[in-house]
Design a protein around this ligand. Structure first.
Ligand SMILES: Cc1ncc(COP(=O)(O)O)c(C=O)c1O
Length: 448
């Protein structure tokens, strides 16, 4: 690890880019543990040459076999600033030196946790008088920060919706939760039910899934179920369904329809939050949700903390209804504050590079219309929808061979998209390199 770290830290970006995909054989070899004790779905296996993560720096990492990768996914969509960002590392070390704890009981939250709650409210209500915001139940002025993962924060939002329904609308019959087809709101059993699992075990509740950006279907569903709608929950970019972006008019329609039936609009920003210059992506759609789920990139990947930001009038859960006991993490909150500050300071650059990268993906789609059906996503979270699933899988395989770590959605019927979510240190040089490599692979695939 030490040799790998020295190598990455001592190299210039051009030098690293020129060696992506190669084995850095000047580094010493070592024996590494294998995955023999993991579950099968997690790669359980015995090998004397494990290819797992060894050490990273910014957008680059080395595997245990010393192969150099460009990480096009920000870890797994959560390392906002890549690996070992110097400003965040310095902030954490300083925090530790000053006595910021890993965690403590949520009844005695420490300063970084309280400051982070304040910062999230401020982000949702910029330029507002905070005194007025505090007293107004119609504003996003309440933060549940006692949760460790996105799953628990999503579950908290759904429980709030259920409780509100029970208190105000239960005479209308069983509640209906409307979500997008292909949604992913975590691994809680109810969230899984909302994406079609465990159907037979849930009674007295209904899950209805609609196609993204289909106004007619959404209007039909709302007119069919009316007051029975307990919540509408969505992601602004469906990062678990081929990076389909919701259109602003669609989110505005969701807002109007939920308001008409008195149901909360829950926007799950686990993926989109902290990846755009606005920090909270919903800001660009001209709507205000009732609840915003945050996690992943908020702490730039430092475990464990997620958050639910919601309007005061939905503050109806009891203290232990939605918690993780290690979800009051002061050090993670400090990192989140540092992460937000970096986004605010670099907002213009993030915006500019994000647009540039997406623009180059659009160009690729135009250049290879026989292989790519569409550019997807937005900014750093951009992907390529392939016509054929075989091409998406082959592109992914060749990209990984060539040292580009990206994701493919090809495990559901009709899915054929390669996804990237670059960490925010992305610049034009790295974007050009990545797109150049995609282009070479697409040429091979299309025989052009
Ligand atoms: C949109 C969305 N919601 C919720 C979650 C669950 O978050 P976590 O894995 O932190 O529990 C994820 C995770 O990928 C996600 O992408």
């Amino acid at each position: 690890m030490a040799a790998g770290r020295e190598y990455l830290a001592g190299a210039r970006t051009e030098g690293l880019l020129s060696r992506v995909g190669e084995t850095v054989d000047t580094l010493p070899t070592a024996a590494f543990p294998d995955k023999r004790w993991f579950q099968k779905s997690y790669g359980r296996g015995v090998t004397d040459r494990p290819e797992d993560y060894l050490i990273g720096d910014g957008l680059f990492y080395l595997t245990e076999q010393r192969k150099l990768f460009l990480d096009c996914t920000g870890g797994h969509y959560q390392m906002t600033w890549g690996y070992e960002h110097p400003a965040l590392t310095a902030l954490l070390l300083d925090g530790i030196r000053r006595g910021v704890v890993w965690d403590n009981h949520s009844n005695i939250p420490s300063a970084p946790v309280k400051r982070l709650a304040g910062k999230l409210v401020e982000l949702a209500n910029p330029d507002a008088d905070m005194g007025a915001v505090q007293g107004d139940g119609e504003r996003l002025n309440t933060v549940l920060l006692g949760t460790a993962t996105g799953t628990v924060a999503c579950a908290a939002a759904l429980k709030i919706a259920l409780r509100v329904y029970e208190q105000s609308k239960s005479e209308h019959g069983a509640p209906v939760f409307v979500t997008l087809d292909g949604n992913y709101h975590g691994t809680d059993v109810f969230a899984q039910y909302l994406r079609g699992m465990w159907d037979q075990y849930f009674t007295n509740v209904e899950s209805v899934r609609v196609q993204p950006n289909d106004a007619e279907e959404l209007e039909d569903v709302f007119s069919r179920y009316g007051q029975r709608v307990a919540a509408f929950m969505c992601e602004p970019i469906m990062m678990n369904r081929e990076a389909i972006p919701l259109e602003p008019w669609y989110l505005q329609l969701c807002r109007r329809l939920t308001e008409n039936v008195g149901a909360p609009l829950i926007v799950d920003e686990i993926q989109t939050g902290f990846w755009y210059p606005e920090v909270l992506m919903y800001k660009r759609f001209g709507i205000e949700p009732d609840m915003v789920v945050l996690g992943k990139g908020m702490t730039a990947g430092l475990h464990p903390l997620s958050a639910l930001l919601y309007k005061g009038r939905f503050d109806c859960l009891e203290q232990y209804d939605a918690i993780s006991t290690n979800g009051n993490a002061a050090l993670a909150a400090l990192n989140a504050l540092g992460c937000i500050e970096l986004i605010e300071r670099n907002a213009r650059h993030i915006d500019e590079v994000g647009k540039y990268y997406y623009g180059r993906i659009v160009e690729l789609a135009e250049q290879f219309p026989g292989v790519i059906a569409q550019a997807r996503g937005a900014g750093h979270m951009s992907g390529m929808k392939f016509h054929r699933v075989e091409d998406a899988l082959e592109f992914h395989r060749r990209a990984t061979d060539a040292g580009l770590w990206l994701r493919v959605h090809a495990y559901h019927e009709g899915h054929s998209t390669c996804l990237t979510k670059f960490g925010l240190p992305l610049d034009r040089q790295v974007a050009d390199f990545a797109v150049g490599r995609y282009s070479a692979l697409l040429s091979e695939l299309s025989g052009v």
